[in-house]
Design a protein. Sequence first.
Length: 173
Amino acid sequence: MKRIAFLLVVVALVVGVAVCEEPPSKAAEGKADPVFGIKIPAGYRDWKLISVAHEAGNLNDLRAVLGNDVAIKAYRDRKRQFPDGAIIARLAWIYTISDENNKVFGRDQSFVAGAPTNVQFMVKDSKRYAATGGWGFAQFKDGQPADAAVGRTCFACHEPVEDRDFVFTHYAP
Ligand code: HEC
């Protein structure tokens, strides 16, 4: 009997610790952006990959587009419209020469992700963001939201792809 009681205490302790270690809010982190009120979605760095791209010119970056589960499902089901709750993240890093890799290849051919530039999000909420095609837009650098002036440029530039629900990136198979 004593042994069972002891085991019960151990189990209770383990469960208690597990519950206490759960973070208070898993929904979002940090300050909200000033235009759409979007915070950095928790765990976005672990979302699934939609595609990658390289922008030259002033941006000079390498970028990855990730989606939360709702967005990924919509892509895989080939839905034209993303349902509410879908979030798409665009991460970007400076396009950097890799001397380390070039040495191994024996010639200059290797470019990799350097320091992060900024991260952008599109959040689908057809009621809240009805005025901008159902999407809220936000950009963050080092965890800080961009100025309102930046947030107001997003939708106009995404409008040309209205027929794809304002999303440029195609799902890379
Ligand atoms: C000058 C036009 C332009 C502006 C301004 C712009 N975007 Fe985009 N955005 C694009 C293009 C083109 C792509 C796809 C190519 C790429 O990722 O480089 C894209 C891709 C994205 C993606 C990945 C999903 C998709 O549509 O492919 C997100 C998320 C995103 N932008 C968010 C934003 C946010 C947030 C802002 C404002 C802070 C913004 N964009 C401003 C043109 C723009």
